[in-house]
Ligand binder design. Structure first.
Ligand code: ZN
Length: 344
């Protein structure tokens, strides 16, 4: 089969690799129907040291079950199913607490002999715990929206849940990438009243408005903080959903959060220290967030996606085939594309 392999910064190739086979009785072989490129794939694309042997990549996909191991009960051949961005047994103590990202028997895609999602097929470990069955559909828009459950919509939702977004609250979302826009949609879904989106790419912030943003602030740094404070009587917002991962974004988050509020981070932090001293302490600000247990949220979010009430799949603005993946990375890195959908 054909699959994506990354060899270093800027060096993504599509190669012929061995077809996936069942290795454990709990495995499924899934033929990928839709996959995509993640903003977090752009970090190794930017700075991974070159290697002689590349590694497989891609962690968001849905597809048709082709083969099932002897112990698999939850899905059968021919089912359509979505995989969250990590695999998990869904039975250990962490999974039972809804923290499948810390599963004792789970792991990531594209590492340690596990396939990546940006290819034609994937061996899915712990398939009963990992996969969520979906209704069959040929509808491109619905497939795209269901695919976002794998990562971006679930991650945006996690940001909002950890910040305790609820009815009538004011929310700031930092970042107009696919996760930021998904966080706008998630905050709206949880009943946020005012949603300030901090971003400066108009096509993206326009989609943010469609998703529920009431205000857009293009300024960054202190100027951006000032703008958000002006919009909120100088108070800041109850919740801040930080969907970028840079220190500057976190600093803005601390700058615009209301006393007693929460800064929830779901952008992969590219820093090790930040402003968590007396300013945060004195104002009783909660710093929260983390990697999203998408598997925990999919059953809750899926019905709202199926009935068309929420269409997170609108974040995809380009569709390619597997051979087009290297150019898809380039397009996202150059900010030509917001999020690239792969249709093998
Ligand atoms: Zn587990």
């Amino acid at each position: 089969m054909r699959a994506t392999v990354i060899y270093g910064a800027g060096d993504v190739r599509v190669e012929t690799v061995p077809d996936p086979k069942l290795a454990e009785p709990t495995d499924v072989v899934l033929r990928v129907v839709r996959s995509c490129i993640c903003g977090s794939d752009l970090w190794p694309y930017a700075d991974m040291p070159p290697r002689e042997h590349g590694r497989r990549i891609g962690h968001e996909f849905l597809g048709i079950v082709e083969e099932t191991g002897a112990d698999v009960r939850g899905v059968k051949k021919g089912d359509l199913a979505v995989a969250p961005f990590v695999w998990s047994d869904n039975t250990c103590e962490f999974c039972r607490e809804g923290l499948q990202t810390s599963c004792l028997h789970g792991g990531g895609w594209g590492a340690k002999g596990v396939d990546g999602g940006q290819g034609e097929a994937v061996r899915v470990p712990q398939a009963d715990g990992t996969l969520v069955k979906l209704p069959h559909t040929e509808d491109d828009d619905l497939l795209a929206s269901m695919l976002t459950l794998s990562d971006v919509f679930s991650t945006g939702h996690h940001a909002a849940v950890k910040a305790r977004v609820s009815e009538g609250q004011n929310v700031t979302v930092i970042g107009d990438g696919a996760v930021g826009l998904s966080a706008v949609l998630a905050a709206k879904r949880l009943g946020a009243d005012r949603i300030v989106l901090m971003g400066r790419h108009q096509a993206r912030t326009d989609l943010g408005r469609e998703f529920g943003a009431t205000d857009v602030v293009a300024e960054r740094g202190e100027e951006g903080v000032e703008k958000v404070r002006e919009l909120t009587n100088g108070q800041g917002t109850h919740a801040v959903l930080e969907c970028v991962g840079t220190k500057g974004a976190f600093e803005m988050g601390v700058g615009v959060v209301r006393a007693g509020g929460a800064v929830s981070r779901v952008g992969l932090p590219q820093y090790e220290d930040g402003p968590i001293g007396v300013g945060v302490f004195r104002r009783n600000v909660t710093v929260t967030g983390g990697v999203a247990p998408a598997r925990h949220y999919i059953p809750e979010l899926l019905p709202d996606v199926l009935d068309g009430k929420y269409q997170p799949g609108k974040v995809f603005d380009r569709t390619i085939d597997v051979e087009g993946v290297p150019d898809g990375y380039r397009a996202m890195a150059d900010r030509e594309a917001l999020k690239v959908l792969i249709k093998p």
